[in-house]
Design a protein around this ligand. Structure first.
Ligand code: FES
Length: 183
């Protein structure tokens, strides 16, 4: 019998190298450490040492390698960005053509995007059997969310926004909740 579950979201920069250093070209006192691609334990240690060196103005040979500002060259980033955007477009169109299950087929603890009254709804059935519906349209740029049963959350395949079963934002880039709907 399964008693526990665990899930994670990994952040991968387009060039696969973590970003550790000043947040943006004009930043003097704001630093970032992200993009560890699932290697947060070792990457976190490295980031701690690197940021300490930068804040205390020590020389550090790896600063340039992990500098978050390295990605601002549009030409260098273009192929990776185009690939990402093609993937977003595929989800934006393809997910709207996907067949939807009947709401009656949803077991407790599950969610799915279903059709109801000519509209699409993101519907979650709780353990007591009650249905909770929100708009499936991500409030970031409009892709359709998917249900993650392990985390009981709605997730957007386009840029990774996550929402609770009641639509509240768990993780951006979206800043607004999914609209509540009647079912
Ligand atoms: S459309 Fe960008 S996170 Fe959903």
């Amino acid at each position: 019998e399964r008693t526990h579950a665990w899930a994670t979201q990994d952040i991968d920069p387009t060039d696969t190298v973590p970003m550790v250093g000043p947040l943006h070209p004009g930043a003097h006192h704001t630093y970032v450490a992200t993009g560890f691609g699932g290697w947060g334990l070792s990457g976190g240690m490295m980031a701690g040492r690197l940021l300490t060196a930068q804040i205390t103005r020590e020389e550090c040979a790896w600063s340039g390698l992990y500098d978050p500002r390295r990605l601002r060259t549009a030409v260098r980033e273009a192929p990776a960005l185009l690939k990402t955007q093609a993937e977003v477009a595929r989800h934006f169109v393809g997910d709207r053509l996907r067949p939807t299950p009947p709401v009656e087929a949803l077991p407790p603890g599950e969610g799915a995007v279903v059709r109801a009254g000519g509209d699409r709804l993101a519907v979650y059935r709780d353990e007591e059997g009650a249905l909770h519906a929100v708009s499936p349209r991500c409030t970031h740029l409009g892709c359709l969310v998917d249900f993650n049963a392990a985390e009981r959350a709605w997730e957007c395949p386009c840029h990774g926004s996550r929402f609770g079963t009641d639509g509240r934002v768990l993780e951006g880039p979206a800043t607004k909740p999914l609209e509540r709907r009647e079912i």
